[in-house]
Every structure is written in C-alpha cells, then in structure tokens.
Design a protein around this ligand. Structure first.
Ligand code: XMP
Length: 519
C-alpha cells in the first residue's frame, strides 16, 4: 500500500454496527461530507479499531434493548481512547447504560417524524434551528443522564440529544442519517468537522488514481480474468483494471440469450469496440434455452441458469492459461451484507451466480477494486472513466434475466416476444424523460392467452404486464405512478408492433407483499 493510498483511509470515521437498517446510510452521509467512513461489526476488538486510526467513532442504532439478555454490548474502554464518540439511537442508550445513566422502556415509543427542540447552543447542533423535524425509531429511552452529561435537546416524549464535552462523547436519540431529519446531515457534518476535526480525505478522483496504481502494483505483469455482465459494477471494475493493465485483462461475457434486446451488441460495442477492452463474447443462448426446456418452476430456472453459467464461465476461464487473478465487481454493500452484526467481518466473495466456486477450483486470487464503494460512488467513477451516462444509470437486471420474466416455460419464441415488448417500454421511458425517475422497469410475459380483435380478425394471444417500481434499496418498493397517456402509448405500441401480444396490463402492486420481479 502506498503512503498516498493510506491517506484515503486514515483519519476516517469508524461506524460500529449494532444492527440498524440505516447503517449504510450513516456511512454514505459521512462520505458525502468528504470524509472516509467504514462500518465494522460492533464486537470488533478495540485494537483493530485503533489500527484504522479513526478520528471519530459512531455507535449505530440497533434493534435490541441494552437490558436484553442478548444485548449487543461493548467495553466502556471505547470512551478512554481519546477519540470522539457519537451514539445514534441505540448508540445513545448504550452510552448511557455503559456510563451508569438509566435507560427505560418509553410509555409509547416514538416512530417516524418528531419535532426536536434545541435546548442549548452546542457545536454538535451548529446551524440547527431551535425547532426542527427529526426521524425517530425507538421504544427505550434515556431517563437519567450519566454523570458529566448535559441535555442538548428534547422531543415531546424524550431526551433527544446529549453531550459530555470533556470526554468528547455525544449522542442523539433520533437518526441524523435519515433524510427526514431535516438537519441530520448538518449534525453529522458538525460531528465530523467541528468535533473530530477531520479534514476532507475522501475524493473519488484520487480513488481512481490510487486504485489504478494499486492494481498495477498487485497484478504486476500477470493476467486477470473478469466476468463482464454489462451491469454497472462489472463494467466499472473492467474499466479500472483495463486502465491499469490494458490487454492483460480478459473479460468473459457470457450471453445467455436471456438478455434485453440487443444487449450483447451494446456491451460489445461500448466496451469492446469503443474502449478496446479485450472481451470474449460467448454466445451460449442455445445451451441455456435447451437446458430450460419444459422447466416452469422459478427456483429451478434460477438453479439451472446459475449452474450452466458457472460451467461455461469456468471452461472459458480455463482457456486463459496463465491468468492469476479473478476480478469481481463486488461493492461495499455486498461486503457489509456479508458481515453480520453478531459475527466478525467476513468479507466473503459476492455470492453471485456468475463467479461462485471459481477461485477455489482454479486457485485464482481475487481482485475487487470496488469493494470500498457504494453504488452511487461506483456510478460517479464510471462516468469519470468515460462510460456513457445511459450505460451507467441503467436499471438493475437480474442474473437469470428474462427467464424469470417469462412466467412458465421459456421458449425462444417467447424470449423474442418479450425482448420486443420490453424494448418498446424502455424506449418510451427514455423518450418521455421518465427512465431516470423510476428505479426498475420492464415487461413480464404471462403464459395466459386472451381473445382480442384486430381489424376484422379475432386474435388469441399472450398478455404482457408492464412493471415499474420506485425504491431506494429494492427491499421495499412502490409501483411507479406513470402518467395514463404514457401507459396508453406504451400499451398500444406493444399491441400493434409485437406479434404475439394482444393485451397489456399494468402492475400496481407494491413490495411487500408483492416482489418487484414476478418470479
Ligand atoms: P424482488 O423481485 O425480490 O427483486 O423484489 C429485488 C431486486 O433483486 C433483483 N432480483 C435478482 N437479481 N438474481 C439477480 O441477480 C435473481 O435471481 C434475482 N431475483 C430478483 C430484482 O431484479 C430486483 O432488482
């Protein structure tokens, strides 16, 4: 590691993860202030935390109660190492508990928006007005402050912010990382800049240079293989590695035949022709379609596709005899999700079907240049590297592809029908400036035929469903409120232009209880 590279990671903020669903948001908000941040499991040994040389530590929220038998507790030693600490929600209760204050069950709990009243001016609340909206999600509350602490603010039901300046310990009962806390970003900035005195050290432009340098150093004169899917992560990883080692990177692009219309050509044109990346385009559509013949169960489809993908990828990779590294587009959320709040950090390989099993069998070393980045950071880097905006801002596409959007048996005829209908929907979204306003949009083909009439002829054809979802995390989603006139245009174009479809429906289910995909 170079000295310059170290600079990107030192003096950052360490977030100890007690299991809150908002933890990734804390890390992102801190990075938005220009400061590196990293999430570690709550039970990371203090020595390990200190090795990171953090300039501040955040104790996150979490679902447990400090009094529960299985509560996530830590040693109060954390308050003795001379690093400022900010507790959020459970983090505030934990500070109180560990320092001999009192936490008790609230009378009613507090969930959602609340009004925060600032009781006193303080550097943590710099530029926060006397009244502002905050986001709460707690049942327990602090009822007695530990010695040496003062209350900085309250809501109608609880003590909402506390501080002990001489020990540099601070806490909020509300979640500053959530956008519904109007001055949340200001409070996190105050902690990072005013209290931890951190200089900006997280800069994506530097990240590109540093990463390219590191890849060169790690790979030396050896060769790298990468499974390119055309998605954002694998494409940006390919571009970074290509920038570092040029033709010593070989990408393998397995075309399952279950991709969007003209997808393979687009990927080859953008990354192969335009950026001159060395890509092996493997057209395996016949193999996939014949393996899926007669299969209707969604999970079986996924398994068959996953297995075949690995088989084909492995075979192609083995042909590149002297490859030493397998590159993956693993990103930071993949790593965070694989390290549980209870277990230690286990930066395991992304369990994505197109790479599973390969490194062990082939003794390849892993190269994961994006593993410290959030998705929006990967996108920024992609744009900076010159990848066209429309390739970078694409909606996610599932590994099993159209096979799980053709309900029931997948046939070559149905794939063609769906590709055409889907392409019309996506084209209209772009034309009407709606593509970037929805998170994921596609067409689903049902195995249901219904009667229609075209000209003087009776038709008996398939039904297509338009699906469009809005979401931030894909865990929950609402259906997109697309304009009626737009839906009308898409439906009539699909029915008129795609032979095989005579009826179009619009999916108005949210997740949960529905899922975004239909299978
Ligand atoms: P659901 O349908 O579970 O989808 O609401 C959430 C997100 O996950 C994607 N998805 C998949 N991605 N392999 C993938 O790589 C799969 O088997 C798979 N199933 C769903 C889906 O497209 C959405 O973005």
């Amino acid at each position: 590691m170079t000295t310059a590279h170290l600079k990107l990671h030192q003096k950052g903020i360490v977030i100890l993860d007690f299991g809150s669903q908002y933890n990734q948001l804390i890390a992102r908000r801190i990075r938005e202030t220009g400061v590196y941040s990293e999430i570690l499991p709550y039970n990371t040994p203090i020595q390990k935390i200190l090795e990171k040389k953090p300039s501040g530590i955040i104790l996150s929220g979490g679902p447990s109660s400090v009094y529960a038998a299985d509560a996530h507790l830590i040693s109060p030693e954390i308050f003795e190492v001379g690093i400022p600490v900010l507790g959020i929600c459970y983090g505030m209760q934990l500070i109180t508990h560990l320092l001999q204050g009192k936490v008790a069950k609230g009378k009613i709990g507090e969930y959602g928006k609340a009004i925060f009243f600032k009781d006193t001016d303080h550097m943590l609340l710099d530029r926060v007005p006397h009244q502002s909206q905050v986001w709460m999600s707690h049942f327990d509350e602090v009822t007695k402050l530990p010695e040496g602490f003062v209350t900085l603010g309250h809501t109608d039901t609880c003590i909402a912010a506390i501080a002990n300046d001489s020990r540099q310990i601070y806490a909020t009962q509300f979640h500053p990382e959530v956008s519904h806390t109007t001055y949340g970003k200001q409070i996190l900035t105050n902690f990072v800049k005013n209290i931890c005195k951190t200089q900006s050290n997280w800069d994506l432009y530097n990240y590109i240079d540093q990463t390219v340098y590191n890849i060169k150093k790690t790979v030396g004169s050896q060769k790298v293989i990468l499974g390119l899917s055309g998605g954002v992560d694998s494409s940006v990883a390919a571009m970074l590695i290509h920038k570092a080692i040029g033709d010593r990177l070989t990408c393998i692009f397995v075309d399952t035949g279950l991709l969007r219309k003209d997808e393979a050509q687009k990927v080859m044109k953008t990354y192969g022709e335009h950026f001159q990346i060395n890509i092996k385009h493997i057209d395996a559509s016949k193999q996939f379609l014949s393996a899926l013949k007669g299969v209707t169960d969604p999970e079986k489809k996924r398994k068959i596709i996953g297995r075949l993908f690995i088989e084909i990828f492995d075979k192609q990779a083995a042909l590149i005899k002297d490859a030493v590294f397998l590159a993956q587009g693993t990103i930071y959320p993949d790593i965070i999700e694989s390290q549980s709040a209870k277990g230690g950090p286990s930066a395991t390989i992304k369990s994505h079907h197109n790479v599973g099993g390969l490194p062990e069998k082939m003794h390849l070393k892993l190269l994961e240049p994006l593993k410290e980045l959030f998705k929006d950071e990967v996108r920024k880097i992609g744009l900076e590297l010159g990848i066209p905006h429309h390739m970078i801002m694409r909606h996610p596409f599932p590994g099993p592809g159209l096979a799980i959007r053709i309900l029931g048996e997948v046939t070559p005829e149905k794939v063609k029908i769906l590709q055409k209908a889907d392409a019309i929907f996506i084209e209209e979204l772009y034309k009407n400036n709606l593509y970037d306003k929805v998170s994921q949009a596609f067409v689903v083909l049902l195995p249901v035929k219904s009667v229609g009439v075209m000209g003087d002829e009776r038709t008996y054809e398939y039904t297509a469903v338009i699906r469009s979802a809005n979401t931030t995390d894909f865990m929950t989603a609402v259906w997109s409120r697309l304009p009626y006139d737009f839906l009308d245009k898409v439906a009539s174009r699909i029915i008129n232009e795609v032979k095989g479809i005579n009826r179009v429906a619009y999916d108005i289910s949210s997740k949960p209880p529905a899922t975004i995909e239909w299978e």
